[in-house]
Design a binder for this molecule. Structure first.
Ligand SMILES: [Zn+2]
Length: 398
């Protein structure tokens, strides 16, 4: 069974490529998944060069000029020498190398080019980190970025945020329900509205409905009750809004298809990771009831359609419960097709795993449900004693 450990470039810069790979190799994993393009963040890093690490939006390699000359959107420059020697160091140890790529979450690009970010039902662009997958310049950027990472010689390009993202405000003292937040997060930029209109949706009616409902709650109406489902959303917001939300999957499917082809054209393969599992369980490992595969449509992710276009998928199995991990993997495989490669991404420590036994149980559950690989997230975020659970897990479970 395949496996890898997620690694940040800051881990490699802090400890050095050789030392990090020696440690990871000793765990018995088959590869590393390195953050080649990442988003800004401030993270507690228990064994890092600094204990609090500031990450900036950036591509951690020199972007090939032929891919980006003439493009309006270019990768933000990160630590451009961070991956030097990594491919060779992996090959020397028999480790596979995967290039983890954050596509449409980039506040640096969004701040410089607000017109490519999502626009809500009120006409505001309040999410600078969320690039809209319908915007043609964003789509060109995504395809070139995928090619650039594939050219690093990676065994796969692991795509994060290659879809719509949920609304995330830092402060809200308004009790918005899940459906209100969902409607507030829908993009109504010109390109999204045009695509929906082309599919026969009355996009302007959908926008007005969203603005009426969310505006009402902001004015003191009671918030929506219950989780987001198609049926609940139809009852709450009407068929035009649901049709508009569903039309977003065409935008994402066509983009992922272009990216997958570009990656294959460079001799690598795409692993598509949708964020639904993180939306559900990131905070505490207690995901909301709906399985990730069943709720992925909310981000514009049509797993049945993508199953025909993408060779491999990562499931963010951010859950404490081994049975839940197995259920998520199983539902994913039923959606994308039994012959597809599904990789379960597990967090070996807090907040999902409190012991080696629990981690073993989850890896076993993922395998029994049909996962072809287990990936561990992530080297620099987890204390060494927790990372030491990985070898036992691989030995016992896989
Ligand atoms: Zn849009």
């Amino acid at each position: 069974m395949d496996s890898s450990v997620y690694v940040f470039v800051e881990d490699l810069r802090g400890e050095g490529v050789e030392r990090v790979l020696d440690r990871i190799s000793a765990y018995g994993v088959a590869g590393v998944t390195v953050g080649a393009v990442h988003h800004a963040s401030r993270d507690i890093t228990p064994h890092g060069l600094s204990r609090l690490t500031i990450r900036r939006d950036g591509a951690h390699f020199p972007p090939p000029p032929d891919l980006f000359s003439g493009r309006r959107l270019k990768p933000t420059a990160g630590h451009q020498d961070a991956l030097d020697g990594l491919r060779e160091a992996c090959t020397k140890r028999g480790l596979r190398l995967h290039g983890w790529t954050v596509f449409l979450r980039n506040a640096t690009i969004g701040a410089a080019h607000p017109d490519v970010t999502v626009r809500d039902c009120f006409g505001d662009r309040g999410s600078p980190s969320d690039l809209c997958p319908a915007h043609p310049d964003v789509r060109d950027y995504a395809v070139s970025l995928a090619r650039a990472v594939a050219r690093l010689g990676v065994d796969s390009v692991v795509a994060e945020s290659l879809h719509f993202r949920p609304l995330k405000a830092e402060r809200s003292f308004v009790p918005l329900g899940p459906m209100d937040t969902y409607l507030f997060g829908l993009c109504f930029c010109d390109y999204c509205m045009r695509r929906a209109t082309d599919l026969g949706v009355d996009a302007e009616v959908a926008r007005e409905e969203c603005a009426r409902i969310v505006g009402g709650v902001l004015d003191g109406d009671p918030p929506a009750q219950g989780e987001v489902t198609r049926a609940a959303l139809t009852a709450y917001a009407g068929p035009d809004v649901v049709a508009y939300a569903r039309a977003r999957s065409e935008t994402v499917t066509t983009l992922v298809s272009e990216v997958a082809s570009a990656v294959a054209g460079e001799g690598s393969k795409l692993v598509f990771v949708d964020s639904t599992g993180a939306v559900k369980g990131y905070r505490d490992g207690l995901p909301t009831p709906g399985l990730a595969a069943h709720d992925a449509w909310q981000l514009g992710v049509d797993l049945v359609a993508l199953g025909d276009l993408v060779p491999a998928f990562g499931v963010l199995a951010y859950a404490r419960d081994a049975a839940r991990v197995a259920d998520d993997v199983g539902a994913y495989l039923r959606s994308v097709g039994k012959d597809r490669e599904v990789r379960a991404v597990l967090r070996p420590g807090h907040p999902d795993s409190d012991s080696t036994d629990r981690l073993v149980a989850k890896a076993r559950g993922a395998k029994a449900a049909g996962a072809m690989a287990v990936d561990f997230y992530a080297y620099g975020l987890v204390p060494h004693p927790v990372l030491e659970r990985i070898p036992a897990t691989l030995a016992e479970a896989l």
